[in-house]
Design a protein around this ligand. Structure first.
Ligand code: 5RP
Length: 218
C-alpha cells in the first residue's frame, strides 16, 4: 500500500468518530484532504466546520461544508488533523504545511484531538522531522540565532508566507527528548508566533494507517 492509500484508510476510519457532531475542527494537509473529500457526504447534515488554514477552507467550501468562525462557535467537540511526527505520549511535530499556528489554536479550542496519519509518522523520539517555527518576519534572523544557541540548524523556508503573513524557519538537529520543556522555551523567544511542537496539548487519540489495517492508539 502506498502512503497515500494509508492516508485514505485513516480518513475513512475517522468518519465514525465524527458522526452526529454538528461542528468539526478540521486541520490541514494531505491526510486531512482525504477526510475533507469524505466530508462532502456530511453536506446538509452538519452545521459546518472550523478550519485551520485558507487551503482547508477552500476545500471545505468545495465540498459544500460551511466554514464557521471560531469566535462564533466557542468550544469544539472534536478536532481532526494530521502530524509530521507523533511519539508514544501523543506529542507531535506539526507545521510541515505551514498551518501550525491556526492548527494549534483550533486544537486548543477543542475537547478532543484525533490525529490521523500513516504509520511512517510514528516515532519514539521527536525531532528527525525539522521543527517548523512561525516567526514575525523582522524577527527571523534573531530567532534563528537563538535556535543555533539551542543546538539547532535553522533553515529559512523561503517563498513561504503563512496565512497570517509570517515566515517559517525549519530547525534541524534539535534535541527533543523533552518536548514539553522545548515547546515552552521556544514559545518564550520574542518574535516566535508558534512552534510546531504539540506537547502542551498532545493528541487524545491517534488513528495510524498500516498495511494490515488502522491502528487505534489512546
Ligand atoms: C500542516 C501540518 C500537517 O498536519 C502535517 O504536515 C501532516 O501533513 P500530511 O497529512 O500531508 O502528511 O501540520 O501544517
Amino acid at each position: 500500500m502506498t502512503p497515500d492509500e494509508l492516508k485514505r484508510k485513516v480518513a475513512e476510519a475517522v468518519v465514525d468518530y465524527v458522526k452526529d457532531i454538528p461542528v468539526i475542527g478540521v486541520g490541514t494537509g494531505s491526510t486531512v484532504n482525504h477526510f475533507i473529500e469524505l466530508m462532502a457526504g456530511f453536506k446538509g447534515k452538519i452545521d459546518g466546520a472550523v478550519s485551520s488554514s485558507e487551503g482547508t477552507s477552500a476545500r471545505l467550501k468545495q465540498a459544500g461544508i460551511p466554514v464557521l468562525d471560531l469566535n462564533d462557535v466557542g468550544t469544539l467537540e472534536i478536532y481532526i488533523d494530521g502530524a509530521d511526527e507523533i511519539n508514544p505520549a501523543m506529542q507531535m511535530i506539526k507545521g510541515g504545511g505551514a498551518a501550525l499556528t491556526r492548527e494549534k489554536i483550533v486544537a486548543a479550542a477543542s475537547k478532543k484531538f484525533i490525529c490521523i496519519a500513516d504509520e511512517s509518522k510514528q516515532v519514539d523520539v521527536l525531532g528527525k522531522f525539522p521543527l517548523p517555527i512561525e516567526v514575525i518576519p523582522m524577527a527571523r534572523s534573531y530567532v534563528a540565532r537563538q535556535m543555533v544557541a539551542m543546538g539547532g540548524r535553522p533553515v529559512w523556508r523561503e517563498n513561504c508566507v503563512t496565512d497570517n503573513g509570517n515566515q517559517i524557519i525549519d530547525v534541524h538537529g534539535l534535541n527533543l527528548v523533552d518536548p514539553l520543556s522545548m515547546e515552552k522555551a521556544i514559545n518564550d523567544i520574542p518574535g516566535v508566533v508558534c512552534v510546531g511542537i504539540f506537547a502542551l496539548q498532545p493528541a487524545h487519540m491517534a488513528l495510524l494507517g498500516t498495511p494490515s489495517g488502522v491502528k487505534v492508539i489512546g
